[in-house]
Write a protein that binds this ligand. Structure first.
Ligand SMILES: Nc1ncnc2c1ncn2[C@@H]1O[C@H](COP(=O)(O)OP(=O)(O)OP(=O)(O)O)[C@@H](O)[C@H]1O
Ligand SMILES: O=P(O)(O)OC[C@H]1O[C@](O)(CO)[C@@H](O)[C@@H]1O
Ligand SMILES: [Mg+2]
Length: 485
């Protein structure tokens, strides 16, 4: 389906989400049952006005266009489903992330407590569970405690997305609301499910809830579970620091998740203050020679006797592919399989210092990657996950479909799938946040002045990346940094 674009004065653009009534004529509407709910009856203007939209661009100049907006999430006065007509299902796909169980819990409880919906199914083990497994019945009672546990009670998987089998299963089971929790790949899968549902003319609302521990989804302020992951990473960094302080010439090395986006490593480094060097996929580095990593390590050890290095799993992959050849190239979803930068860099450092009898060093390597995503979410991610789940429920009940729910500049919004899947959110190393990190660690930038000038001469701006306050005036660019600071 083509984009639903509404324009207004002063360069206002609404990138709207699809609605069931776009392709099913004469759908009946019903008063929102929340109007009789005692908890909400005291709230003035509880229902969201249909004209409410959220701006993507928060820093503007006097004469710049108002730019892209998204539909504000929340309960509507009229709903498109009667309570006992709803038959919902929930699926979780891709990697784990703290908060998954909270989102599941709050969809089930939100549907039940706010809209009186009793029939909710869990799909077992990701997309393939639609056609290859039995479903799990979910009630407020059965999900009551799950937010205290890590992982997903539904199980998850990569690969196995067979659109027509999935939509057949939706149709055969009489499901009319589908809640899909997952990362960029999952949202791409959700988008094709929506297209197929629409092609068949089904009254089925498809709602995505974005999940990514790497924080690599664009538009949204940040992903649920990210704060928890950064907090948990502190424990590994602290251990690396304690170890490195206790031995002579000791390097504590911590590998964190971050396939293409180094946000966890960057924020964990900024939070810790004990890190001397942070390596991320977006910032190429080199080992040998002036300005290289070995020279910096030698300097820090001479100055301080110890150091801590944090490396994101996707960092330096171009260096590794020169020296390690691996047979398996992709996972079941088609994501490139990475080589272990932590082990590789540990060996390179040891070899370098052993080679010329340069210095006797100790190196302690800590790999907590799965530990930081398998834990339950912290308090703030629990609240965040709850709001996302409730917004998704309000959207589906109001007949919206083909949307991902997300926080944009601190407000819950409905975002069309294509905005979420067309780009990837990455750290912009020529922006202020990375400069803050460099000035906090004092590590080399691994960029010569010439590189920076060359970079700036590049015709294409870095369109899909998180930008700093001053660089968000271009309509095409994504500004997300304000919500982080
Ligand atoms: N282009 C696509 N079309 C249909 N389905 C897709 C597409 N890309 C991925 N999927 C499906 O989405 C599911 C999850 O994808 P993937 O394993 O890439 O994880 P993800 O959602 O990106 O999460 P994360 O990367 O955070 O772990 C898989 O079942 C995969 O088959
Ligand atoms: O080993 P798995 O489960 O495929 O997951 C690893 C990948 O998943 C992620 O955590 C994203 O979900 C990446 O950071 C990591 O590369
Ligand atoms: Mg992904």
């Amino acid at each position: 389906m083509g984009a639903k674009i509404v324009t207004g004065e002063a360069g206002y653009v609404l990138e709207d989400v699809p609605h069931l009534s776009d392709y099913i004529p004469d759908l009946p509407t019903y008063p929102n049952p929340l109007q009789d709910n005692p908890a909400y009856s005291v709230v003035k203007q509880y229902f969201v006005d249909d004209d409410d939209t959220i701006t993507q661009k928060i820093v503007v100049h006097k004469n710049t266009p108002r730019g892209v907006h998204f539909r504000r999430a929340g309960p509507r006065q009229k709903v498109y489903f009667e309570s006992d007509e709803v038959h919902a299902c929930i699926v979780t796909c891709g990697g784990l992330c703290p908060g998954l169980n909270t989102v599941i819990r709050e969809i089930v409880c939100g549907l039940n407590y706010m809209y009186g919906v009793k029939r909710v199914l869990g799909i077992d083990g990701g997309y393939r569970g639609f056609y290859a497994k039995n479903t799990i019945s979910l009630t407020p009672k059965s999900v009551n405690d799950i937010h205290k546990r890590g992982g997903t009670i539904l199980g998850t998987s990569r690969g196995g997305h067979d659109t027509s089998k999935i939509v057949d299963s939706i149709q055969d089971r009489g499901i009319n609301q589908v809640y899909i929790i997952g990362g960029d790949g999952t949202q791409r899968g959700a988008s094709v499910i929506f297209e197929e549902v629409k092609r068949r003319g089904l009254k089925v609302a498809v709602a995505g809830i974005p999940k990514t521990i790497d924080n690599d989804i664009p538009i949204i302020d940040k992903s649920f579970g990210f704060d928890t992951a950064v907090e948990e990473a502190q424990r590994a960094i602290n251990a690396a620091h304690v170890e490195s302080e206790s031995f002579e010439n000791c390097i504590g090395l911590v590998k964190l998740m971050g396939r293409y986006s180094g946000f966890i490593a960057m924020y964990a480094t900024l939070a810790s203050r004990d890190v001397d060097c942070c390596l991320i996929p977006e910032s190429p580095f080199y080992l040998e020679g002036p300005g290289g990593l070995f020279e910096y390590i030698e300097k820090r050890l001479k100055e301080n006797g110890h150091m801590v290095i944090v490396v994101a799993e996707g960092a330096g992959q171009e260096l590794l592919s020169e020296s390690i050849h691996s047979m398996t190239k992709e996972d079941a979803s088609g994501n490139k399989l990475l080589k272990d930068v932590g082990l590789w860099i540990s060996q390179q450092i040891k070899d370098h210092f052993a080679k010329k009898n340069k210095m006797t060093i100790n190196l302690k390597y800590i790999d907590p990657t799965y530990m930081i995503r398998a834990i339950p979410s912290n308090a703030s991610d629990n609240v965040y996950s709850t709001l996302l789940a409730q917004s998704a429920v309000h959207g589906a009940m109001a007949g919206y479909t083909g949307f991902t729910v997300g926080l944009v500049n601190g407000r819950q919004s409905y975002i069309p799938f294509y905005k979420i899947t067309e780009k990837m959110n990455k750290v912009v190393i020529t922006d202020r946040m990375w400069a803050r990190l460099l000035s906090s660690t004092n590590q080399p930038s691994f960029l010569s002045v010439k590189d920076v000038i060359e970079d700036k001469k590049d015709e294409e701006p870095p369109q899909q990346q998180v930008l700093d306050e001053e660089s968000c005036l271009d309509d095409n660019l994504v500004n997300k940094e304000n919500s982080f600071i």
